[in-house]
Design a protein around this ligand. Structure first.
Ligand code: ME8
Length: 628
């Protein structure tokens, strides 16, 4: 079966934060799940780069909109690559191909008679890029969605006949395409309150897609939401090169609840106008807050997903996001909650189970785990696990990742409880060797079932477990184990602990995104720069940090009394021994911090373009030389 899975395309006026990571990780998990099942998946993500908001943001920072969009879009792409997001297409609204699609779609809607020219007068929220009638404003002038002040627009505009589609939309909602189901009523009520025709071109700024040339309307640009929503079929080649369009028949749009209205009202209406099939599912998740507070740049409490992944591990972070809140509800990020889940669920329930299995199989049967007697002794447990599998599959089909993981954990809990209940060591003592072997095999089969289901959420962890027990994670084993309930035989091998226990928070608070990434796009004064001390230093020692595949621990001579210890996330790009004796640039007046339990007294500077390259001087200088 072919499936098309999308994330929203993110605005480039902001750099990626935990909310963007959340949507993208859910979409990635769903895409990986269906690929595992054997479906053909096309997964797209990308950036939304036109419109007044981006034009203003670029201007404020002294950039041309395209330069600014290039820079921020690359940050999103780099982050998704670093997170190993399995997208098939990363697409941008400034791509020439997309521009062609939008202009052709505009012409098609015009030919259909759904677009007419008029004059718009009313309120506009630049932050939400959204029009509002007077009666929906808060305190007569503020946006009902984000609370910011709206501005009054009066300009010539083309309109889309949204009102024409009211009844058809209400009929479509009967098909239950909106998840979670309780959100459907909000949408229906909105439509029932009456839809006004939608202004779909703007003339008071320039940064957008121009109307088709034959219309001779140079001053109009296409409304950013029409442009942005069209990215979805455009990513499949719509109205250009349509060879991938058959994915469109089975489309899942994953969005945050903030943009459900655009996806569940405007978008299907546009699609009806274009005579296109409507999406099968629009799934809207809830909102993340930080320690109970809304995240915002001005509060400086926005969470940088990379910082969390670097400190706690990418798979741990994915697991937390996917499990912490039921799909659709709001969630709160705190290090405490993350640590609790890592320690109790990942270290104890999952990691220890693997260790115990390896230990028992080594002791009892030279690592061989044979399934022949499992059903003779433990049919009930195997049957019980099949109920959880069935439930898990139902949950994931409704994008309920948290409940999906709950069901997987029921399988793990059953395995752990069975060891405690049947006490294999006593079985052996009492001469019931066959039952003890069958018990080890039963719990290993439960772990294998859980692992196959867990693999879309935690692909690397699942692979480690599978390689320790010598089974494969593939569509073939998915069919055998998950669909046909087949039992497997295993050959275990010694293993490292899957996860390290966390004793104390690994990130300093507040964990902000006002990092070097932001500095590259914000203009600063010379005085600001004087506050930054960058020194050249020589690498005396460099080694990997146990339990982290990203971090290196350095000792660096900065011409000071003692060398500094600095932790840097560049292990993927350098071999530690190649760096010894090299000179690097170090941000020397950064507050010391603990990273992965190790003190770090500065930051080694590197250039980022998809990978990290360390900065150095063109010729050797004295250790401690100041950069400036
Ligand atoms: O709306 N919690 O882009 P955007 C959870 N360009 N999710 C969050 C979040 C939070 N605190 N903050 C952001 C746009 N998100 C348009 C979309 S699509 C054709 C055009 C996630 O950069 C969530 O998925 O404002 C939300 O819907 C999306 O980011 C908004 O991203």
């Amino acid at each position: 079966m072919k499936r098309f899975i999308t994330t929203p395309i993110y605005y480039v006026n902001d750099i990626p934060h935990i909310g963007h990571a959340y949507t993208t990780i859910i979409a990635d998990t769903i895409a990986r799940f269906y690929r595992l099942k054997g479906d053909e998946v096309f997964f797209m993500t990308g950036t939304d780069e036109h419109g007044q908001k981006i034009e203003e943001a670029a201007k404020k920072r002294g950039f041309k909109p395209q330069e600014y969009a290039d820079e921020v879009s690359m940050k999103f792409k780099n982050l998704w690559d670093y997170f190993e997001i399995s997208y098939d297409k990363y697409f941008r609204t400034t791509d020439k191909d997309h521009i062609k699609t939008v202009q052709s779609a505009f012409s098609k809607m015009l030919e259909k008679g759904d677009i007419y020219k008029g004059k718009y007068k009313g309120h506009y929220c630049v932050s939400c890029e959204s029009f509002f009638p007077e009666n929906q404003l808060v305190d007569g002038e503020c946006c009902p969605d984000c609370g910011k002040q709206t501005s009054i627009l009066e300009e010539e505009s083309y309109f889309f006949k949204l009102s024409k589609y009211e009844d058809k939309l209400l009929k479509w909602y009967e098909q239950d395409c909106i998840l979670p189901k309780y959100r459907k009523n909000e949408v229906i009520n909105f439509v029932k309150s009456g839809l006004k025709d939608l202004s779909i071109t703007r003339t008071s700024f320039d940064w957008g897609i121009k109307l088709p040339a034959n219309l001779n309307e140079a001053k109009h640009v296409i409304y950013v939401w029409l442009d942005a929503l069209l990215i979805y079929p455009s990513a499949l080649g719509y109205l250009r090169d349509e060879k991938n369009m058959d994915f469109w028949q089975n489309t899942l749009h994953l969005v945050g609840k903030d943009i459900l209205r655009f996806h569940a009202i405007y978008w299907p209406a546009f699609l009806m106008s274009l005579d296109m099939p409507l999406p099968k599912t629009i799934a809207a998740h809830g909102w993340w807050t930080r320690d109970g507070k809304k995240m915002s740049k001005s509060l400086g409490n926005v969470i940088n997903p990379k910082e969390v992944a670097d400190a706690y591990g990418l798979e741990q972070f994915r697991y937390f996001l996917l499990r912490e809140v039921p799909f659709g509800q709001d969630g709160d990020f705190s290090q405490k909650a993350l640590i609790t889940r890592i320690n109790s669920e990942l270290c104890n329930d999952l990691g220890n189970l693997l260790n115990r299995i390896v230990g028992m199989s080594k002791k009892y049967s030279n690592f061989i785990i044979d399934s022949s007697d499992v059903l003779k002794y433990f049919k009930d447990e195997i049957n019980e696990s099949e109920i959880y599998i069935k439930n898990a599959l139902k949950e994931i089909s409704e994008i309920s990742t948290s409940r999906y993981l709950d069901e997987i954990w029921k399988i793990l809990n059953l395995a752990n409880l069975s060891i405690a209940k049947y006490e294999p060591w006593n079985l052996i003592k009492n001469g019931e060797d066959k039952k003890a072997f069958a018990l080890v095999s039963m719990v290993t089969n439960l772990l294998a079932r859980a692992t196959i289901l867990l693999s879309p959420a935690m692909p690397k962890t699942a692979l480690k477990i599978a390689s320790n027990l010598n089974f494969e994670i593939s569509t073939k084993t998915y069919n055998e184990v998950i669909n046909e309930n087949k039992l497997l035989d295993f050959k275990a091998s010694e293993c490292e602990p899957l996860f390290a226990k966390i004793e104390e928070p690994l990130m300093q608070t507040p964990v902000g995104v006002e990092t070097k990434e932001d500095k590259t796009i914000n203009l600063i004064t010379l005085d600001d720069f004087k506050n930054i001390v960058i020194k050249v230093g020589e690498v005396l020692e460099c080694e990997n940090i146990e339990g982290s595949d990203k971090l290196l621990k350095f000792k660096i001579d900065l011409g000071e009394e003692n060398p500094r210890q600095i932790i840097s996330g560049i292990a993927k790009y350098y071999n530690p021994k190649d760096l010894i004796g090299k000179q690097v640039c170090v941000l020397a007046n950064l507050k010391p911090a603990k990273i992965f339990k190790h003190l770090s007294e500065g930051m080694i500077l590197s250039a980022e373009d998809g990978k990290l390259t360390l900065l150095s001087t063109l010729s050797k200088v004295k250790n401690g030389a100041i950069v400036g």
